[in-house]
Design a protein around this ligand. Structure first.
Ligand code: AKB
Length: 344
């Protein structure tokens, strides 16, 4: 069977690095990576070609390729996007729009549906008050789509753009012989936690940052209150979800945009776990009002029954397994190794 041609944008980000490694392990893919940054050593062997530079300026180069699947991961995350809103809009919306137009053009020209996998986010949701957030509990995909952030607005709009290009594209679905359209599939990710990489520019970052700081013996002043609760997931589950959705038969996918969930934790729970694992850890709470406001507008948890029924989604790591089987064993190795290196 011939190799599938894949494009991964944002390949140097947390999801990107983990995804490229998994795809390379699976084999059978020619992976073209793209990012503003050069490839880290860890994934250099996995990439057939790395296109480095500003995504919006580089999209035209991608017309020279016939990708079967596009994993469009490049994005300016919620906290960074709130500081540089115009630049976030350019990357998050213009970048996505340009790539969707590429996928639509190639699908029609090649007569085969280019799959477009898009990481959306719990940031598409928005609650006016904490009481409304608590009352809503596990939200469904079509509830509370009232984002409070530039990033959330970008993600929600791009979900709609993706569905537009994969279903209507100039109303040509009404033509006597409609053209072949791209195949858009999106996942609304919760906060993601990796034992191997650190987050940048997000607002759910306090979770992984607190744990990494505790493991590394660094004091951590958490920028949200201890009662702050949103949903989180282990990075391996996030990658598994992307690959599973990419492989799902399209006739089963009636919605195109899916919540996925694993566990919901408060910042205080993270601190308790950090102190349990690293008794000397210094974790304090110093809420930043703006970042606190962002997380207070996000759901406590999400209802992922659509993903479970339409493509068999099932997390491997609940809270207990996440800490005991994935995160703590890896994090201890990482900082022990780093500790050894600094003592040399
Ligand atoms: C962020 O914090 O911006 C992201 C997200 C929840 O989408 N991690």
């Amino acid at each position: 069977m011939s190799e599938k041609s894949i494009l991964v944008t944002g390949a140097c980000g947390e999801i990107g690095q983990a995804l490229v490694q998994d795809l390379a392990c699976q084999g059978g893919y020619r992976i073209v990576t793209a990012d503003l940054a050069p490839l880290p050593e860890s994934i250099k062997p996995c990439s057939a070609e790395h296109i480095q530079g500003d995504l919006v300026n580089k999209v035209k180069l991608f017309y020279d390729y016939d990708f079967d699947i596009i994993f469009h991961l490049a994005a300016s995350l919620s906290s960074k996007a709130e500081v540089a809103t115009e630049e976030a809009h350019r990357i998050n919306v213009e970048g996505t729009m340009q790539l969707l137009m590429l996928a639509a053009y190639k699908s029609e020209k090649l007569g085969k549906r280019v799959k477009f996998l898009f990481p959306s986010s719990i940031a598409v949701y928005g609650f006016p008050t904490l009481a409304a957030k608590e009352a809503a509990g596990r939200v469904k995909e079509d509830e509370w789509n009232m984002p409070h952030t530039m990033y959330g607005c970008n993600k929600l709009y791009c979900e709609k753009l993706g569905l537009y290009y994969s279903r209507y594209n100039g109303q040509r679905h009404l033509d006597p012989a409609p053209p072949v359209m791209c195949d858009f599939r999106a996942i609304r990710f919760p906060g993601l936690i990796s034992a191997f990489t650190l987050p940048t520019g997000g607002t759910s970052d306090y979770g992984p940052d607190m744990l990494h700081s505790a493991a590394d013996g660094r004091p951590y002043p958490c920028f949200v209150r201890s009662d702050t609760t949103i949903s989180f997931m282990a990075m391996p589950d996030a990658i598994q979800a992307l690959l599973q959705l990419a492989a799902a038969p399209c006739e089963k996918l009636t919605h195109g945009v899916y919540n996925i969930a694993a566990f919901s934790l408060s910042a205080g729970d993270f601190r308790r776990r950090a102190l349990q694992a690293f008794p000397g850890a210094q974790v304090s709470f110093a809420p930043n009002p703006r970042r606190q406001g962002i997380v207070d507008s996000w759901p406590v948890d999400v209802d992922d029954s659509l993903a479970r029924s339409e493509w068999g989604w099932q997390p491997s790591f609940d809270e207990e397994r996440f800490f005991e089987e994935y995160f703590l064993p890896q994090i201890r190795k990482r900082y022990h190794r780093l500790g050894m290196r600094t003592n040399e």
